[in-house]
Design a protein around this ligand. Structure first.
Ligand code: MTE
Length: 325
């Protein structure tokens, strides 16, 4: 990171610790029981305060409530500008800046999600109908990529467990899988079939999906998801490596068999199904003992289950964690 020292007089008030302002705003709203929405977003113009990445006034999500968020003392929100310009979304290219640069023509609306497989209530739903029965919660989570970098992101999302319940999985269903949209005309990476086999797919065990930490995110920093972050809806499972967070989801299927995920198919010795963050099990190319928090200079120690052991450790009782990379 290049840090330019500014004179105090250079610094506009909106540039001072925007992450802290964002959190204070959320705490204030939580404290007086207000739902997030136009009032709050009027208090702080998010475009200038967070780096002017999103179109002014666009995409604010009304009615977000504060959800479960557990941050360590040393965790600060990653700047919106980094969250939206340093991405992995190979459908738009393999460089970190490619998704931000190449996703402008992607149309996340209208959007439908197909739910099928072993469930009593399969169907194809418009995104609004998919989301409407649920309350959108803000969840501030650490995100840890297998490439050994990390961020802290304020997501807006719906508990995945509630969604799963709605479609009534059958007793035989043990897993849920997800698929990203295939739209090569809008996703330049998909026009190059050698990058990855499309669609990008991912999956979870049903009890993992039901864990209260797992969400389907429809926004970040109080506004709709930017295209490069997986608009209009993506998976967030904060105790697993970031590649489990499949973006731009169009299909959710209940299965009896463990579903394959894209990286496992691409490179089985390097990637598995579970992908739980584990500092003691190195990836062949990246030590997982430490990580680089985007925006920071010194590396920090990686936490078991990315710091969520208390919440998810019981899911893996009796399993050999060293083998579940
Ligand atoms: N989903 C799709 N469809 N395609 C991708 O290339 N990359 C994954 C995951 N979801 C990816 C994806 C990886 S490797 C990571 S680390 C996260 O998205 C990155 O999410 P972010 O760009 O919002 O930080």
């Amino acid at each position: 990171m290049l840090i330019r020292q500014k004179k105090k007089s250079d610094v506009a008030s909106y540039e001072i610790t925007p992450q802290k302002l964002y959190l204070d705003r959320r705490r204030f709203m939580g404290g007086i029981g207000l739902a997030a929405g136009s009032v709050a977003l009027g208090v702080m113009p998010r475009t200038s305060a967070h780096g002017a990445v999103l179109p002014p006034g666009a995409g604010e999500i009304p009615g977000i409530v504060n959800g479960y968020s557990k941050l360590g003392e040393k965790d600060e929100l990653t700047h919106l500008n980094a969250v939206t310009t340093y991405n992995n979304f190979y459908e738009f290219g393999t460089g970190k800046e490619d998704p931000g640069v190449n996703s402008g023509d992607f149309k996340p609306r209208p959007w439908q999600i197909k739910v099928d497989g072993l469930c009593a209530k399969p169907g194809t739903l418009d995104l609004d109908d998919f989301v409407k029965p649920h309350t959108i919660e803000e969840r501030i989570y650490r995100m840890r990529c297998v490439e050994a970098w990390s961020m802290v992101i304020p997501w807006a999302g719906i508990p995945l467990g509630d969604i799963v319940k709605r479609f009534e999985p059958l007793g035989s269903a043990k897993y849920v899988s997800f698929e990203t949209i295939v739209r090569p005309e809008e996703m330049p990476g998909q026009r190059r079939s050698h990058i990855l086999p499309w669609p990008y797919v991912e999956g979870l065990r049903l009890d993992e999906a039901a864990n209260p930490l797992a969400i389907l995110a429809v926004g970040l920093y109080g506004a709709v998801l930017p295209n490069q972050n997986g608009a209009p809806v993506r998976l967030v499972v904060p105790w697993k490596y970031g590649f489990k967070g499949v973006k731009s989801i169009v299909r959710m299927s209940f299965t009896e068999e463990e579903p394959k995920n894209t990286w496992q198919v691409m490179n089985p010795p390097e990637y598995g199904f579970y992908a739980n963050v584990n500092p003691t099990v190195d990836h062949p190319r990246w030590s997982q003992a430490t990580e680089r928090r985007i925006g920071e200079f010194f590396r920090r120690e990686t936490l078991m289950f990315n710091g969520y052991q208390e919440e998810v450790g019981q899911l893996y009782a009796g399993m050999d964690l060293a083998k579940n990379y």
